[in-house]
Design a protein around this ligand. Structure first.
Ligand code: 5GP
Ligand code: ZN
Length: 133
């Protein structure tokens, strides 16, 4: 089975990594909604929320919190949205569980719309944001 996020987790496809540990990888979305838009995934393939083992999910959400706290301080941003799509009808395009961490900036209206990412800008941002726990 080919899964693009499994390939990213395995390092076969490069990513702008923000955080990694034994269970979770977080990296910049290549077509961000806002500056610093990050995806957090379990390294293990799980298609969606309903397929996730509760123990794994508990570990993943703790990392989502840790990454969000880091982004808030390091970007910095004023707030953030967590988005997690399940199923085609809900807009899920990649069938590997992922949490969107979408930084928000005061005065910038809600616009859930991706923008073509500038690779040089994403590289610089990933270098600025990468952290270890
Ligand atoms: P979904 O719509 O499934 O919730 O979100 C999938 C997200 O993955 C989209 O925001 C899309 O921009 C992002 N994405 C798709 N392919 C890649 C990729 O190869 N690398 C990265 N970093 N993000 C990707
Ligand atoms: Zn996968």
């Amino acid at each position: 089975m080919s899964c693009i996020f499994c390939s990213i987790a395995a390092g076969e496809i490069p990513s702008f990594k923000v955080y990694e540990d034994e269970l979770v990888l977080a990296y910049l979305d290549i077509n961000p909604f806002t500056r610093g838009h990050t995806l957090a995934i379990p390294k293990q393939h799980v298609a969606g929320l309903l397929d996730a083992d509760d123990a794994l999910l508990g570990e993943v959400i703790k990392r989502v919190k840790r990454v969000a706290a880091h982004l808030k301080a390091a970007l910095p941003c004023d707030g953030f949205n967590i988005l997690q799509n399940n199923g085609e009808a809900a807009g899920q395009t990649v069938r590997h569980l992922h949490f969107h961490i979408i930084p928000r900036y005061a005065g910038e209206p809600l616009e859930f719309k991706s923008h073509k990412g500038d690779m040089d800008e994403l590289k610089k941002l990933a270098d600025k944001l990468a952290f270890q726990s």
